[in-house]
Design a protein around this ligand. Structure first.
Ligand code: SF4
Length: 416
């Protein structure tokens, strides 16, 4: 079966409605408690971070915005000096910070502030205690998940080299889910390290005998950086739902020569639990039509899970960028549907209105207007804020989609 592997892709390049990559800081700062994210941006960037992060009160916050004022637009020398001063003050006050990320934004890119050079200069001043790296979270032509990709890709060149054979899992999952993944692999005798590591001292090493398995579909730049470091990607669908998790584990197990009996011993019980839990939630989802607007690059994987394990019918599966190599195994499993890449928002909304699906997955900015038109929506961003990977979260993933349908059913007074 080839699924959507050979399906035509509707490619669109027009106005798009997405959050920028700064959003990733909200989950990355939780994942790396010894890291600090210094956004070099404007007040708009600071407001975005605050609203994406919700109301969070920290004794010691771990992200901030170095505000570029209008005067900075005129004098780059001052901007660099001010950045050096801000970083020195921050690190003096916060000796617990072991990794400092200078995060570029639209304003820093517009004034061509060279953050790569700034990171090099600051790294020379503050390493080895604090490693200083940079990446761009700018909203120009990016989506909100690309911030994580850019951050992890920036970490790869700084990883120590090794010729040893090792396995690296790539993607920032909640600790509890990451622990489940490591335990499943450990039950098959497989040891793994994770990028990003929770602590600076635990960073994985990479080299020609490194294999890596992606945990998220949106990590194309990180995969390319690991390839350049000589590592080899283990091709697999992504660990969403029982089927995706089993296929992902199987691919990793095959790469390590794990036999069928060992694989079954490690996976049979959690597989059965996941199948049973998903089937209960699937009652609400089965037979419903779903469309995805392009937001996260997770769309094809989620559509595959909802179609094959929950009985939903994907109508249009839009994704901001379709990485054909990374998504090959997913597309082979995805039932026939309209695949689209990129966005021309008005044309996509016209198609959506004509399709009138039961559920639309979209960004926050579009959800309210679409609800007002009578469509039922699900916010794409919740899918990265909620633990949804691997067996124990499979039913929670299905429930994220069932909830808005149930709510709608209650409002209409039916048993949807
Ligand atoms: Fe807005 Fe760009 Fe700042 Fe993101 S990086 S908040 S898109 S100005």
């Amino acid at each position: 079966m080839t699924g959507c592997a050979q399906a035509p892709v509707l490619r669109e390049r027009g106005q798009h409605e997405v959050f920028c990559g700064l959003t990733g800081i909200v989950w990355l700062h939780r994942k790396m408690p010894d890291a600090f994210f210094l956004v070099v941006g404007s007040r708009t960037c600071a407001h975005l971070l605050q609203s994406a992060a919700g109301v969070m009160i920290f004794a010691e916050p771990r992200f901030a915005t170095a505000i570029l004022e209008e005067g900075d637009l005129a004098g780059l020398k001052d901007a660099n000096e001010e950045l050096d001063r801000t970083v020195a003050q921050l690190l003096e006050r916060r000796p617990d910070v072991r990794r400092l990320f200078l995060v570029g934004s639209c304003p820093s890119e517009v004034i061509k502030l060279d953050l790569a050079r700034a990171a090099e200069r600051l790294n020379a001043a503050h390493a080895p205690h604090t490693a200083v790296l940079n990446y761009s979270g700018s909203g120009i032509e990016t989506t909100f998940t690309q911030g994580e990709d850019a951050c992890l890709a920036a970490m790869v060149p700084a990883l120590e080299r090794t010729d040893d054979a090792n396995l690296v899992l790539v993607g920032a999952l909640p600790d509890v889910v990451e622990d489940q993944a490591l335990a499943l692999l450990s039950a098959m005798g497989i040891a793994a390290q994770v990028l990003p590591a929770r602590r600076a001292g635990e960073a994985p090493r990479v080299g020609p005998n490194t294999r890596y398995a992606l945990l998220q579909p949106f990590l194309g730049d990180t995969a390319a950086a690991l390839d350049r470091a000589g590592a080899t990607r283990i091709a697999a669908p992504f660990p969403f739902g029982e089927e995706g998790t089993t296929a992902w584990l199987r691919a990793v197990a095959d790469a390590h020569g794990v036999d069928d009996a060992t694989f079954a011993r490690a996976t049979d019980a959690p597989r059965a639990r996941a199948r049973k839990a998903v089937s209960t939630v699937a009652e609400t989802l089965s037979g419903k039509r779903i469309s995805f607007l392009p937001d996260s690059q997770m769309e094809p994987s989620l559509a595959r899970f909802l179609a094959r394990e929950c009985g939903m019918e994907p109508v249009e599966v839009g994704t901001p960028y379709l990485h054909s190599a990374i998504m090959a195994e997913e597309l082979a499993l995805l039932p026939e549907c309209r695949l689209s890449e990129g966005q021309d928002v008005e044309r996509q909304l016209d198609r959506l209105r004509a399709d009138a699906p039961d559920l639309t997955v979209c960004g926050l900015g579009l959800a309210n207007p679409l609800e007002a038109e009578g469509l039922t929506t699900k916010w794409a961003i919740e899918l990265v804020f909620t633990p949804v990977h691997f067996y124990e979260q499979a039913a929670d993933l299905a429930a994220l989609f069932a909830r808005p349908l149930r709510r709608k059913g209650l409002l209409l007074g039916s048993n949807t």
